[in-house]
Write a protein that binds this ligand. Structure first.
Ligand code: SAH
Ligand code: SF4
Ligand code: F3S
Length: 461
């Protein structure tokens, strides 16, 4: 599970186009939305004749796809730009572009701190990258494209055109909604991604059909508040639960996941879809953020600990084996000991199967940045404590699975031990088991034998 994978990822090599223009390298930070954008960037570059490079040292063109959700990924991008400066000093024809969330909100600072950058391109302008590259190769003038679709009247329908023809992949991300209208007081995403807008249902269906034809067996639907999908789609509006049902009818699609639903919009029709629609996985990643109502109010999360609890109870009642994971923030401005205890109590009460836990990072131009900050040492100690409590719960939750037989989708050999295969269960536990000759994508029955922090070791049923 990687909602936020801060470890840089490199796009895998693939055959290039016929027209050889040079090589590109895309460095990605941030969430799945960025990973997905990086794939679109790669396709755009290949369409104008670039082929993948294995490292930035040898590439003719380097694109940074950045993240601003916390300070750390921003620091990483600036330090990467520092390294690229040295490469560009030695090789002045290197083209460098900065894309993604940090490009959207800090373009001027990037220009100032890294004058060796050729262009800065915002999150809604990914499609323009090939043209920006051409322009950079010809003119060598700095360029900036940052337009974000703004709300005109009540509806924003401007969604990116997506390239088709991706390489075969067992698991694919499919954005169904862009932007966010929630404006949580700690969060920069509404500024970096613009207003909420949903992709037309028929576009999504077409894309998923195409992916399945290329070998995809599992999709993860992406959106910042994915279960409010459909807002703004006037004609024949389809709700998120309806979308799940529509996609489940696509032959060959074995599994459907989604991330992340917002608690307030989690309605009973969605619970019914998770219970009844076969390819929809029994797993739900629903960020709680904090376990005290005063904190939630200051964060502008419009639900309470009790209303969140009711959703979990209903989910567990309808789907007893459901895997539940969450996101939590500690050290939000003004967080008292009592409020933090509330978060610990909620974690003990809700018994999550996994959690991403973060120390609050003040983001420029968000309301939280202007509030009274918690001492950094206090916040760090709270994060350690929370991780300790959650880890114990997680191990116990995995141990409780021992003896259970699970459906696992085979992904391939474990990178650490070729004698093992790995895959995920329907409730999103990572499972390892002895290797046999089976195709990736096969659904197999595995009995859990031992448990550890990150998942299970199993044997063939
Ligand atoms: N749209 C998703 C979250 C996207 S950001 C949702 O609302 O569910 C992913 C996670 O990063 C958030 O859930 C939150 O836990 C964390 N996060 C966001 N802003 C943060 C900040 N300023 N400091 C620390 N963590 C933050
Ligand atoms: Fe950020 Fe809140 Fe929107 Fe999630 S719902 S992207 S946390 S503003
Ligand atoms: Fe994702 Fe980071 Fe942007 S989490 S939406 S890449 S700020």
């Amino acid at each position: 599970m990687s909602l936020i994978s801060l470890s840089p990822s490199v796009l895998p090599a693939r055959p290039g186009g016929s027209l050889q223009r040079g090589t590109y390298y895309v460095q990605t930070w941030g969430c799945q939305m960025n990973e997905e954008d990086s794939e679109q960037i790669a396709l755009g570059l290949e369409s104008i004749g670039f082929t993948p490079a294995t490292s930035p040292r040898e590439a003719h063109l380097v694109i940074l796809n950045t993240c601003s959700v916390r300070k750390k990924p921003e620091d990483k991008a600036f330090s990467f730009l520092g390294e690229l400066k040295m490469i560009k000093d030695a090789r002045p024809d290197l083209v460098i572009g900065v894309a993604g969330c940090m490009a959207q909100v800090r373009a001027d600072e990037i220009r100032k701190r890294a004058p060796h950058v050729d262009f800065v391109v915002g999150t809604a302008q990914v499609i323009r990258i090939p043209a920006l590259v051409e322009e950079a190769l010809q003119t060598r003038r700095f360029q900036k494209r940052l337009d974000l679709p703004e709300r005109k009247g009540a509806i924003v329908t401007d969604v990116p055109q997506r390239a088709v023809g991706r390489q075969a992949k067992l698991k694919s991300f499919v954005p169904i909604q862009y932007g966010c209208d929630k404006f949580c007081t700690y969060c920069i995403v509404p500024a970096t991604r613009g207003r909420e807008r949903s992709r037309p249902t028929e576009d999504i269906v077409r894309e998923v059909r195409g992916l399945v034809a290329q070998g995809t067996r599992e999709i993860t639907l992406l959106g910042q508040t994915v279960n409010s999908y459909g807002k703004g789609l006037e004609e024949g509006r389809v709700t998120f639960a309806q979308l799940l049902r529509i996609l489940s009818g696509i032959p060959g699609l074995q599994r459907i996941r989604y991330t992340s639903p917002y608690p307030r919009d989690f309605k009973s029709d969605l619970i019914e879809a998770i219970r009844d629609v076969e390819p929809v996985m029994e797993h739900c990643h629903m960020p709680l953020q904090a376990g005290h109502d005063d904190l939630l109010r200051r964060m502008r999360r419009v639900y309470t600990v009790e209303s969140y609890a009711t959703i979990l109870e209903n989910l567990r009642a309808a789907v007893p084996d459901i895997g539940l994971t969450t996101d939590l923030i500690v050290g939000f401005p003004g967080e008292t000991d009592e409020e933090f205890e509330g978060t610990l109590a909620a974690v003990r009460r809700f018994q999550f199967d996994g959690a991403f836990m973060f120390k609050y990072s003040p983001r420029p131009n968000t309301p939280g940045a202007l509030m009274e900050q918690v001492d950094d040492k206090v916040a760090s100690a709270r994060l350690d404590e929370l991780i300790r409590v959650q880890t114990e719960i997680q191990i116990a939750r995995n141990e409780a699975q021992v003896g259970r037989t699970m459906e696992v989708m085979v992904e391939g050999p474990s990178p650490k031990n070729k004698a093992l295969l790995q895959g995920y269960s329907r409730d999103f536990r990572m499972v390892h088991f002895p290797a046999r000759e089976v195709e990736p994508g096969t659904l197999v029955a595995i009995r859990a034998v031992t448990a550890h922090k990150w998942g299970l070791m199993g044997e063939w049923e």
